[in-house]
Design a protein around this ligand. Structure first.
Ligand code: ATP
Length: 326
């Protein structure tokens, strides 16, 4: 074989090698593509739709920095009872947002789904957390809500009667402490420093709400209006960005309700905290809420400013019991 032939064969060899490598690459690429196509064929339309809905809801909150919470197509079924059925709304940063509806409409269930006391049957809840990150609440656990920036109160006053009012606040603040269990056992310097900061913070909050005189006594026997304020102060201990209040005015007289309304408004305005509340007292709801969502049988009836909701025929019919045909 002369030199020319040798050169020719070498060149052909390298061309073949390159072609082989290209074929191998193409083969593996096509295998991957086929796998993807197959898995998509097996995915039914609804799961693709669900994926799309989740992305759309997330994009909605990412695109709009004013949005604090997005609830989309929320469902909560208890066997045959559809307590919440495809409910969608969004809560804006810094607003007071009310959720109203007749007894059994699903209001508390919505709160329980958002705060993960209940695992929803379906739908999405995206929240702009303390770090301004978008978090899917359904992926979080109930005890992680505080770290995300959500604090809540319950329909019934849930205080520890054996502790002083201030210590009740400290219990809430403890979830944010850096010192660990051992440091608490040994009363380490860091733990004592942190506790002292918490005590001052708790006392300042009681002062802000005008109930510092009760700081060092048991909450047992205090007027209901004061107990509700202690609960409110306790939610503030965790530095929340969103406070969820379940019927804050339940059991209060007219004067106490007015006083509480003023306090909620003050917290909202001076601390810039978003408030999301469920309430039956229409006077309170209409006077302090920026926007209201009315629901009945777990479904949205109307959403808008108080005057719009007050005059909405479906709301009047379902919630106020007025027949619009009359
Ligand atoms: N844990 C549960 N198990 C079964 N059914 C439930 C549960 N929680 C709520 N429900 C039902 O879901 C529906 C909505 O209840 P929910 O307490 O959310 O209503 P609500 O609007 O908060 O009522 P209210 O104003 O009386 O507090 C009701 O029919 C209720 O019986």
């Amino acid at each position: 074989m002369n030199d020319l032939n040798q050169m020719y064969y070498k060149k052909m060899e390298s061309i073949h090698e390159k072609h082989f490598a290209w074929l191998k690459y193409r083969e593996s690429h096509l295998k991957k593509l086929l796998n993807q196509v197959e898995s998509h064929q097996f995915k039914n339309k609804s799961s693709l739709q669900q994926e799309l809905d989740a992305i759309t809801s997330k994009l909605e909150i990412i695109k709009n920095p004013e949005t604090h919470l997005v609830v989309k197509d929320l469902k909560m079924y208890f066997g045959g009872v559809k307590a919440v059925n495809d409910l969608s709304f969004e809560v804006k940063k810094g607003e007071i947002f009310g959720l109203i509806g007749p007894n059994g409409a699903g209001k508390t269930t919505v709160f329980n789904c958002i705060t993960q006391f209940y695992r929803s049957t379906g739908g999405y809840m995206y929240f702009r957390n303390k770090e301004n990150q978008i978090t899917n609440l359904a992926d979080r656990k109930v005890h992680e809500m505080i770290q995300e920036g959500i604090a809540r109160s319950f329909q019934n006053v849930e205080l520890i009667w054996e502790l002083t009012v201030l210590d009740n606040l400290l219990v809430a603040g403890h979830s944010l402490l850096l010192s660990d269990y051992l440091e608490h056992m040994l009363h380490s310097k860091r733990m004592l420093q942190e506790e002292s900061v918490l005590r001052t913070k708790g006392y300042e909050l009681l002062k802000k709400l005008g109930i510092e005189d009760y700081a060092f006594r048991s909450p047992y026997g205090l007027p209901y209006g004061v107990l509700k304020k202690i609960e409110l102060a306790r939610t503030l201990m965790t530095d929340p960005t969103l406070i969820i209040l379940d019927e804050p005015a339940a059991g209060l007289n007219d004067q106490e309700t007015k006083d509480l309304a003023k306090t909620i408004k003050e917290i909202n305005q001076s601390l810039g905290i978003t408030i999301f509340l469920v309430e039956h007292d229409m006077g309170l709801v209409m006077s302090i809420c920026d926007r209201i969502c009315a629901i009945s049988f777990g479904k949205k009836l109307a959403l808008g400013i108080p005057s719009y909701i007050q005059n909405h025929p479906d709301v009047k019919k379902a919630y106020l019991g007025e027949d619009i045909d009359e």
